[in-house]
Ligand binder design. Structure first.
Ligand SMILES: [Zn+2]
Length: 265
């Protein structure tokens, strides 16, 4: 184990990601996390940073976050095995204009951060404008929230009202409500900017038939948000019937086209 893994930040990040797998919300390669380091964390961890960092050019906008440091999970990583493979499935990057540098992790820079990084950065910018203390953007696949998107109206106001109405804690924990996007192809397309736009005044954005993006100051806040919404959704699903809508064949074809898949739809 690398010494860096025993730092409080790494211990919390590893424990949190593994908890999401244990909860059944981070299956296989699902789930990704980005965490904006503050100056004290950069100072504490910098002794572990590579003196010859791998520099990776990017085509996406680094959104004015140049010079900022992020802890990020790896593309193709696994929350299940993360505790045994931290130096493979996590890393620290520093953003520059049109590039990032890998300062630690991803198998000594051989791997790359989550493919959702462009979406995460847009979300960080949106949340930082609303709350300068925002540090985390997290994406996972909570089961009952996904199930609820097949039952409830895919409208932010109505979906929020449904969640609030099922547990007194709901409105207390997320008084600003949740945003619900229409179904969109996931990945590096328009779903990222659409998510970030919703995050200008919401900490939670739900992707129908897929999962949740949640943001906050710390791990406790983000985990608490997701747990509370998942509990409300579990009650909703428990008292409602069969799915009313789900991914259509046409939408499945657009997914297959986007990812270059051969599937008999
Ligand atoms: Zn996902």
């Amino acid at each position: 184990m690398d010494e860096i893994e025993q730092s409080p930040l790494f211990e919390e990040a590893i424990t949190s990601c593994h908890y999401f797998w244990q909860a059944g919300w981070g299956e296989f390669h699902a789930g990704n996390l980005t965490y904006l380091l503050d100056d004290d964390e950069v100072a504490e961890l910098s002794k572990y940073f590579s003196h010859n960092p791998v520099k990776v050019p990017v085509e996406f906008d680094t959104c004015g976050l140049e010079g900022r440091y992020f802890l990020a999970t790896r593309t193709g990583g696994s929350f299940r095995t993360l505790p045994q493979r931290v130096a493979r499935d996590m890393g620290i990057i520093r953003l520059g204009a049109g590039y990032y540098e890998i300062l630690w992790g991803y198998d000594n820079g051989e791997g790359r951060p989550t493919s959702e990084l462009p979406s995460h950065l847009l979300c960080h910018v949106a949340r930082l404008a609303s709350n300068p203390e925002n540090r985390i953007v997290m994406h996972v696949h909570p089961t009952y929230i996904n199930a609820m998107t097949t039952l409830a109206p895919l409208d932010s106001h109505e979906f929020t009202r449904a969640l609030w109405s099922l547990n007194s804690e709901g409105i207390v924990v997320f008084p600003e409500g949740v945003a619900v996007l229409p179904w969109m192809v996931c990945g590096d397309g328009p779903i990222g900017p659409a998510t970030a736009e919703k995050m200008s005044d919401k900490r939670v954005v739900i992707w129908p038939y897929h999962g949740i993006f949640a943001a906050g100051k710390g791990f406790d806040e983000v985990i608490g948000l997701i747990e509370t919404i998942e509990k409300c959704a579990q009650v909703y699903v428990s008292v409602n019937g069969a799915p009313k809508h789900c991914i259509t064949n046409e939408e499945l074809r657009s997914l297959a086209d986007h990812f270059g898949l051969v599937a008999d739809i």
